[in-house]
Ligand binder design. Structure first.
Ligand code: GTP
Ligand code: MG
Length: 434
């Protein structure tokens, strides 16, 4: 998987590691090579532009080169930015409803039926029911039946009235106690109006909790186009990228999130039922970059940034100059220490404080979706930027509003307190969920 991309990255990194210093020229040489690597991997050109700009901006704004070799700093920055490009945090499939209803959509042959089987296999304990939704091609229904047998899942054959059949499957699931229902919808060679109307009808009437777009990872940038077309008509919750075991160049995986906002939730790595992986942006980034030992590099960066930076940050905060970039750095160092609640439980009297870890993850995702300017000067974040940030981080505008409001209040409070000399360095505002 991603061999070509990893190969190119490894070569680039080997050269970068040799850099003794990091001047404008080295940075721009490295960026030029990075552009070639990405374009050759068939990454969408707009995504390449975005990626290069953010890596570049990050490299220029940071100066922690004392403890790190320049090449290491570039590697680390590439890792961080690639993780963020791939979606930042892992998006788990929402299985809170019972039954959890999942509709699989996508063009012909992308791997929907195979993926239905893989899902059923993975979530066997929920007694999945696989529903065939392509009455026009009897072989499609037969294929799903076989897949269901292999995965030991229940099966409902296709019927002429596709939507009616979906509704029938929900009644059956209630009756038989299936905790998961998967609609294996019909594929078409091209996106046509009839297909879309049928999928819309399924969405409107059977109301699946998740609609996943299945994309063939081999088609490269075309996956981005498919994702755009499907999301114009349907409310997609995420996608599954299949066939990444082949000689896929990786471009689709790298592009789709940034180009369409659609998170990748699974990747298919073979034809067997077990060839399914949950998509973790950080692990994939590390794999693509061929970085085995990201953990110790991260440690090094942390210790390199620690003592002076912490003090400087506390001072910034007191002076009201603390920006969202600093805030993100703080948040990361808190999260890297492990579970915040567990940590707090060790502090006498603080065990009952409610620190919502999920909230911390969300806040981190939101700040990651901001540009350097927005992080530095949150006042520029207007309505459309808020929408973009929410979209990019998989949160809502209300979440972004809340973060900005609380951040603003903390800043004002810090200024007031520091005026009265009541605040000591080292304190950072704690976010509460409302
Ligand atoms: N190598 C590899 N092959 C896959 C993967 N996923 C699916 N396939 C193969 O791709 C082909 C098409 O898969 P299907 O699951 O039938 O695709 P589909 O989207 O249901 O196709 P239609 O129902 O015709 O729209 C089959 O030969 C699968 O074995 C994967 O992750 N890796
Ligand atoms: Mg099929």
């Amino acid at each position: 998987m991603f061999e070509t991309l990893t190969d190119r990255f490894t070569k680039l990194q080997r050269r970068l590691l040799g850099y003794g210093r990091l001047s404008e020229k080295e940075i721009s040489d490295a960026m030029r090579e990075l552009r070639v690597v990405l374009l050759e991997a068939d990454v969408h050109y707009k995504v390449v532009g975005h990626f290069i700009r953010s890596v570049n901006a990050r490299l220029k704004e940071k100066d922690i080169t004392k403890a790190l070799k320049p090449g290491e700093l570039i590697n680390y920055t590439l890792f961080q930015e690639l993780t963020s490009l791939l979606g930042g945090r892992t998006r788990k499939l929402d299985l809170s409803a019972s039954p959890a209803v999942i509709s699989l959509v996508g063009l012909q042959g992308t791997g929907k039926t195979t993926f239905a089987g893989k899902l059923a296999h993975r979530f066997q304990n929920r007694r999945p029911l696989l529903v065939a939704c392509d009455p026009k091609r009897p072989a499609a229904s037969e294929q799903l039946k076989l897949v269901a047998q292999q995965a030991r899942a229940d099966f409902l054959p296709a019927a002429k009235d596709v939507v009616g059949n979906c509704l029938e499957s929900l009644r059956r699931a209630d009756r038989d106690g299936n905790g998961m229902v998967v609609f294996d919808t019909a594929g078409r060679l091209h996106v046509d109006d009839e297909l879309m109307s049928e999928l819309e009808a399924i969405q409107d009437q059977a109301k699946p909790g998740a609609t996943l777009l299945v994309l063939d990872g081999m088609v490269g940038q075309d996956a981005v186009n498919q994702a755009s077309v499907f999301s114009q008509r349907l409310k997609l919750s995420g996608c599954c990228m299949t066939k990444l075991d082949g000689d896929a160049r990786g471009g689709a995986v790298v592009s789709v999130r940034q180009a369409t906002g659609l998170p990748i939730q699974f990747i298919g790595t073979g034809e067997k039922l077990t060839d399914l992986e949950e998509f973790h942006p950080d692990r994939i980034a590390s794999r693509i970059l061929g970085l085995g030992d990201m953990k110790s590099l991260a440690e090094k960066v942390r210790s390199a940034t620690r003592p002076e930076d912490q003090k400087e940050m506390a001072e910034k905060f007191i002076k009201g100059k603390f920006d969202l970039e600093d805030f993100l750095a703080q948040l990361r160092s808190i999260r890297k220490m492990g579970s915040v609640s567990k940590l707090l439980a060790m502090v006498p009297g603080a065990g009952k404080l409610d620190v919502d870890e999920e909230e911390l993850v969300k806040v981190e995702a939101m700040i990651q979706s901001m540009t350097p300017l927005e992080r530095h000067d949150p006042d520029v974040i207007d309505g459309s930027r808020r929408r973009r940030i929410a979209e990019g981080s998989g949160t809502t505008v209300t979440d972004v509003n809340r973060l900005l409001k609380e951040f603003g209040q903390a800043r004002v409070l810090a200024k007031q307190l520091s005026g009265r000399g009541q605040l000591k360095p080292g304190r950072v505002p704690r976010l509460r969920r409302r």
